[in-house]
Design a binder for this molecule. Structure first.
Ligand SMILES: [Zn+2]
Length: 236
């Protein structure tokens, strides 16, 4: 399996790895700091370099063997050592946005008892759907105030891996539908915003809520009788 460097250090912008396997334009590495996408967070962009060549990262895919990185032009040979460099101008805003989404989840559940039904993000903008009976302007402004208070509270954000059995006994994790995780995964990675939110999550986050910066709820709409959507924007 490919070692997922971004799981333990989301701030890693450059890394070295060894090419384990090559299939066409796809290169499997022994380790990577590139996030392949998932959980509403899009895949990273960046560059790969090796002796005698290099390429933009044009895609990623996952299989039982690990993570494959798609390159343009001639790929490096198996066994080659390779340098990866993330497009940090894209990744760091995505980290801030992802943490902003968790702040929103945490606030909405704590304050209103409402659960998330879906979400999606791009750099500096994200949307989440909640099980909310009604949504209106006053409530939106109230939520906006509450999420900004959590940014200012400078809460630490931590990721760690727990044994599956242990994770399944934590009420916060059960609430966020941990039971949807595929069976057979021995460990569950969890992301915690201290004192606010805890959920099973494979994405990349900032280390402290203050890095998210000021938040605005720029749009809201009804997505049916049960689901209400909030759209949040971050400052550059
Ligand atoms: Zn998440």
């Amino acid at each position: 399996m490919t070692e997922l460097l971004y799981h333990t250090d989301s701030y890693m912008r450059e890394f070295t790895a060894v090419v384990v396997d090559v299939q066409g334009q796809d290169v499997r590495l022994d380790r990577t700091a590139f996030y392949p996408g998932g959980g509403g967070q899009p895949a990273d962009a960046g560059e790969l370099g090796w002796e005698g060549g290099g390429s933009r990262l044009v895609g990623m895919r996952k299989d039982a063997g690990g993570l494959w990185h798609t390159v343009e032009g001639p790929p490096p040979p198996a066994g080659a050592s390779l340098q990866g460099r993330l497009d940090w101008e894209r990744r760091y805003p995505l980290m801030r946005t992802h943490t902003a989404m968790h702040i929103l989840c945490g606030v909405i559940f704590r304050q209103y008892g409402a659960s998330v039904t879906g979400g999606q993000m791009e750099p500096l903008r994200g949307r989440m759907d909640f099980e909310f009976a009604s949504m209106h302007q006053d409530l939106v402004r109230e939520i906006e105030g509450l999420i900004n208070r959590e940014v200012e509270a400078a809460r630490p954000v931590r990721a760690r891996s727990l044994p599956r059995a242990e994770a399944f006994q934590i009420p916060d994790l059960i609430r966020t539908k941990i039971n949807l995780l595929p069976p057979g995964i021995p460990e569950v990675r969890v992301v915690e915003i201290e004192g606010l939110d805890l959920q099973a999550d494979g994405g990349t986050h900032v280390a402290n809520t203050r890095e998210v910066g000021p938040l605005k709820i720029v749009d809201y709409k009804s997505k049916g009788a049960i689901n209400k959507r909030l759209v949040v924007a971050l400052e550059p």
